[in-house]
Design a protein around this ligand. Structure first.
Ligand SMILES: Cc1cc2nc3c(=O)[nH]c(=O)nc-3n(C[C@H](O)[C@H](O)[C@H](O)COP(=O)(O)OP(=O)(O)OC[C@H]3O[C@@H](n4cnc5c(N)ncnc54)[C@H](O)[C@@H]3O)c2cc1C
Length: 416
C-alpha cells in the first residue's frame, strides 16, 4: 500500500517543473531507464555520474534547500516544496544532500538563524554545492544525552579562541572541512548558560581525527581531539554564551532531517533500486511457509503500515504548509525499534548463514551488516529513552524530569 496525497494545481505545477528540470540535468538515459524499469540501462547512465557532480548541480539550482532564502542558494519556498522534491528525488533514485547531509540539514539552518551576514555569505552556498562538507562536534565521552554538560573548553585569547578537549561519535569528521563545535566558554555559569557555538576549520593545527572501527567493519564516525586549537573570533555563531540556543536549532533540524530520511528511500546517487521495501524483506526470509514465521511477518507488515500512515500524516501537514507535530519523534522511536526487531528476525530466519557465510554470499553479508548497524538506530540522533521522555513531557504533558544541576555553576557539578 502506498499512500499518496493528490496534488493541488499549485503543487502539480511545481512537481512537473521539478521533473522537467531533472530530465534536463540528468545524464542521458537515466529517466528513460527508470520509466522502462531497465536496470542495465540505468547502471550505464549511472556510471556517467558521481555524487559530487550531482551535489554541485542540485546545489546551484535552489532545489537542494527550498526553504533557504534565495540570496543564500534556496528558493525562499514552502515546506510542501521540500516534500515534493524529496518524493521526486526518491522516484529518481537521487539523494537530497548526499554526503553533506549534516551541512544542508543542520549547519546551514543554524547559520541562517544565528550567523552573521559575513558567515552566511561565506558558508551557505558551498554547503549546498557540496564543496565543503560539515560534521557535528557535539557529543563527548561523558556528554551525550545530557549535551549541556559538554566539557571541551574554549578560552578567549585576543582575537582568537583556544580550544582543548575531546569529542566522540563525530560522523564523517574524517572527510569534513568544517565542524559545528559546541564548547564551554564560561564554567562559572550554570551548564546551559556557559556554552558557545563555533565554526571550526577541521584542518586547523591541533585537530586530530581518529576514525573508530565499528562492528560492521566500516568507520562512519570518529573521535576528535583538540590541543590548543585556535579559532578566529569571527567564527563564533551567535553571542558568547548563546551556544545552547544555537545548539537547539541544530538539534531541532537534526530531528527533522532524520524524520525526512525515513521518507526518502535513497541516500546515494542511483544507489537503491526502487523496489518495494516490504518485498525486499520478504525475499530474505527462506522459511516463509513456516506458520510461526508467517505470523511474525504478518505482525511486521501491520507495523510497517502503522509507520507509513504516521509518516503520511506528517507529509499531509507539510503539504498544507504546516509544521508536523509529534509524528517525527514518534516515528523515530518506532522505526528504530522496528528495524532492530526485523533485522533480528531476518538473522534468525537465515540461521548459520547470517553469522558464517561463504565468500561470495553478498546477501548473507548484508543481512549480518544490517543487523549490526541497526543497533545504532536507538542511539543516533537522540536515544529512544530521551525521545520517550520528550514525548511524555511535550505531548502527554507529564511533569518535567528533575534536573538537580540546572542552576549550579558548571565548575561545581560533580563529573566523571
Ligand atoms: C551512529 C551514530 C552517529 C552519531 N553521530 C554523531 C555526530 O555526528 N555528532 C555528535 O555530536 N554525536 C553523534 N552521535 C552521538 C549521539 O547523539 C549520542 O550517542 C546520543 O545522544 C547518546 O549519548 P551517549 O552515547 O553519550 O549515551 P548516554 O547519554 O550516556 O546514555 C546512555 C544510556 O542512558 C540512557 N539515558 C541517559 N539519560 C537518560 C535520561 N535522562 N532518562 C532516561 N534514560 C537516559 C540513554 O538513553 C542510553 O540508553 C552519534 C551516535 C551514533 C550511534
Amino acid at each position: 500500500m502506498k499512500l499518496r496525497l493528490e496534488d493541488s494545481p499549485e503543487h502539480a505545477e511545481f512537481r512537473s517543473e521539478f521533473i522537467e528540470w531533472l530530465k534536463k540535468v540528468l545524464p542521458q538515459g537515466w529517466t528513460e531507464a527508470l520509466a522502462e524499469g531497465d536496470e542495465e540501462k540505468f547502471v550505464a547512465a549511472r556510471k556517467q555520474w558521481d555524487v559530487l557532480t550531482w551535489m554541485r548541480i542540485i546545489g546551484e539550482s535552489g532545489y537542494a534547500a527550498p526553504l533557504w532564502p534565495k540570496e543564500y542558494g534556496g528558493l525562499s519556498g514552502y515546506t510542501w516544496m521540500q516534500q515534493i522534491i524529496r518524493e521526486e528525488l526518491g522516484n529518481h533514485r537521487l539523494p537530497l544532500a548526499g554526503i553533506n547531509l549534516l551541512g544542508v540539514g543542520l549547519a546551514g539552518p543554524t547559520i541562517i538563524d544565528h550567523g552573521t551576514e559575513a558567515q552566511k555569505e561565506r558558508y551557505l552556498k558551498k554547503i549546498l554545492t557540496g564543496e565543503e562538507i560539515w560534521c557535528q562536534l557535539f557529543s563527548e565521552p561523558t556528554s551525550g544525552s545530557d549535551l549541556a554538560s559538554v566539557g571541551t573548553k574554549a578560552i578567549k585569547d585576543g582575537d582568537e579562541w583556544v580550544v582543548n578537549g575531546q569529542k566522540v561519535w563525530t560522523t564523517i569528521a574524517q572527510f569534513a572541512k568544517f565542524g559545528m563545535l559546541l564548547a564551554r566558554t564560561d564554567p562559572d555559569k550554570p551548564k546551559h548558560d556557559g556554552l558557545s557555538y563555533f565554526i571550526l576549520d577541521m584542518k586547523s593545527p591541533g585537530v586530530e581525527v581518529r576514525p573508530l572501527k565499528q562492528m560492521t567493519g566500516s568507520s562512519e564516525f570518529n573521535e576528535v581531539f583538540f590541543t590548543d586549537v585556535r579559532i578566529p573570533a569571527e567564527n563564533l555563531v551567535g553571542d558568547v554564551g548563546d551556544g545552547w540556543r544555537c545548539a537547539r536549532t541544530t538539534l531541532m533540524n537534526e530531528r527533522t532531517t532524520l524524520a525526512g530520511l525515513s521518507i526518502d528511500e535513497t541516500t546515494f546517487v542511483g544507489g537503491s533500486a526502487k523496489k518495494d521495501p516490504w518485498q525486499v524483506f520478504v525475499d530474505l526470509i527462506p522459511n516463509k511457509k513456516d506458520s510461526l514465521a508467517r505470523q511474525q511477518m504478518a505482525q511486521f507488515y501491520i507495523e510497517s503500515m502503522v509507520k507509513e500512515i504516521t509518516a503520511f500524516r506528517a507529509n499531509v501537514k507539510r503539504m498544507k504548509g504546516e509544521t508536523p507535530g509529534p509524528e517525527g519523534g514518534v516515528n523515530k522511536v518506532f522505526n528504530a525499534e522496528y528495524n532492530q526487531r526485523k533485522s533480528i528476525f531476518t538473522v534468525d530466519a537465515n540461521g548459520l548463514r547470517s553469522v558464517a557465510w561463504t565468500k561470495n554470499d553478498k546477501t548473507a553479508e548484508a543481512i549480518s551488516s544490517r543487523f549490526l548497524r541497526a543497533r545504532a538506530n536507538t542511539i543516533e540522533g537522540g536515544t529512544s529513552e530521551i525521545l520517550r521522555n520528550q514525548m511524555a513531557e511535550r505531548i502527554l504533558g507529564l511533569p518535567r524530569e528533575i534536573e538537580v544541576d540546572k542552576d549550579v555553576p558548571f565548575k561545581d557539578i560533580k563529573r566523571q
